[in-house]
Design a protein around this ligand. Structure first.
Ligand code: PLP
Length: 413
């Protein structure tokens, strides 16, 4: 048995941008007995899960559920729609976009990165990692592709390594304006159920997501939401696939069952999570995240530190990337905060390692949990010797007070 006896007094503040804290309601739901996944009750659960997911993804089309982390659903999106050697246009928004590109290479695709060129004068970091997808760069590249060699455009909706979101509807418009038939594949692993996302309305062909962020579940489930065009592409795509293949799953899902053993107890939690989200209301959930993110950025501004996201229009509602002054190791600050205040913050990833820490404000987060996190950050930054301009906690309190609304205690009608 591993030694799990490591919990200090009080709750640990898990303020990384996923996995996000799992609400007690979900933990309790997960403790129900596991049932026969081929028995009569399971079909009811399966239908409930699949119908609920369609509402969360805002789609009328199938949503495929995998007992896998988000990386599995990335692979599923590629292998179901593409063939060996296909050209794929990907956009460099940060570390996760880079990992998805690496996966495409390993699968035998020919991915091409487009990115905003240059480095940021303020931080010395790549500009493309501070801004959302520039749809016009995608449109231009597609117009140049007269032979239609590019089979798919892949973008990350909420880049978890930087705290920048992208305008997916604008990417769709750019593809259409170029008159190009490429599929649009979108990763919203950290955006779903926190940031506004509309699979059908935005014309996305495959949406990739996961359980451990806005849906508040533990890691272990991931998703592909499909379009009819993506399903048609899957009939001729030749990349090898078996476990990930949509056709069998979608067919058996019509009965509420899966072709393999699904993770039943996580599905209990998923039904509960969808119920919580719908009781609050999806638009209200999105608004809560925006409001908390605004308060978090007010804190960072009061400290006098830059946020990694450069454009007001595309700041992430899910997380905020805080850039530490040159010479201050962000990971050392994080470690100090963890050791003294029992608070976990997200590490800087890829090119941002040591330069930035990430504050997650997603899922169950509310005004007071955010303030606790900001309090831990502020104490830790001062302890680490970082000269702060002022109190971020005070600025966040002002922001939250100015925008305070009565907490909804009843389901929206
Ligand atoms: N894409 C994004 C945007 C992510 O944030 C993550 C994980 O944090 C992944 C992909 C990979 O997902 P997983 O770690 O669940 O495999």
């Amino acid at each position: 048995m591993p030694n799990l006896n490591f919990h200090p007094a009080g709750r640990h503040s898990l303020s990384i941008p996923g996995p996000s804290p799992v609400p007690d309601r979900l933990l309790r739901a997960m403790s129900y007995p596991t049932i026969d996944h081929r028995g009569p009750e399971f079909g009811v659960l399966g239908h409930q899960v699949l119908a609920g997911l369609q509402r969360i993804f805002q789609t009328r089309h199938p949503v495929v559920v995998y007992p896998a982390s988000g990386t599995g659903a990335w692979e599923a999106a590629l292998v179901n729609t593409l063939s060996p050697g296909d050209s794929v246009l990907m956009y460099e928004t940060g570390h996760f976009a880079s990992l998805w590109k690496k996966m495409a290479e390993r699968l035998g695709l020919r991915p091409e990165f487009v990115a905003l060129p240059g480095t940021c004068a303020e931080t010395g970091l790549p500009l493309s990692w501070r801004h959302g997808v520039q749809a016009d760069l995608i449109g231009q590249r597609l117009r140049d592709d007269r032979e239609h060699q590019i089979k798919a455009v892949c973008v990350v909706h909420n880049e978890t390594s930087t705290g920048v979101t992208s305008d997916i509807a604008a990417v769709r418009r750019a593809i259409d304006a170029a008159g190009h038939p490429a599929l649009l594949l979108v990763d919203t692993i950290s955006g779903l159920a926190s940031a506004d996302y509309r699979h059908d309305a935005w014309g996305v062909d495959v949406t990739v997501s996961g359980s451990q962020k806005g849906l508040m579940l533990p890691p272990g489930i991931s998703f592909n939401a499909l379009s009819p065009k993506a399903i048609a592409a899957s009939h001729t795509a030749r990349l090898p696939k078996a476990f990930w293949a949509w056709d069998e799953i979608v067919e058996i899902n019509k009965t509420g069952y899966w072709p393999y053993t699904p993770n039943t107890n996580l599905l209990y939690a998923l039904v509960e999570a969808i119920d919580m989200i719908e009781n609050e209301g999806l638009p209200q959930v999105f608004a809560r995240h925006q409001r908390l993110a605004e308060a978090c950025r007010a804190a960072v501004a009061a400290w006098g530190l830059p946020v990694q996201s450069a454009d007001a229009a595309t700041h992430s509602p899910v997380l905020t990337g805080v850039v530490t002054p040159v010479g201050v190791d962000a990971d050392a600050v994080r470690r100090l905060i963890y050791e003294h205040y029992n608070l976990s913050l997200g590490t800087g990833l890829g090119q941002l390692k040591g330069r930035m820490f990430r504050i997650g404000h997603l899922g169950e987060c509310n005004d007071l949990s955010l303030l606790a996190t900001l309090g831990g950050c502020e104490m830790g930054l001062r302890q680490a010797g970082v000269a702060l301009r002022g109190s971020g906690v005070a600025a966040a309190m002002d922001s939250l007070r100015a925008t305070a609304v009565p907490v909804a205690r009843h389901p929206v009608s």
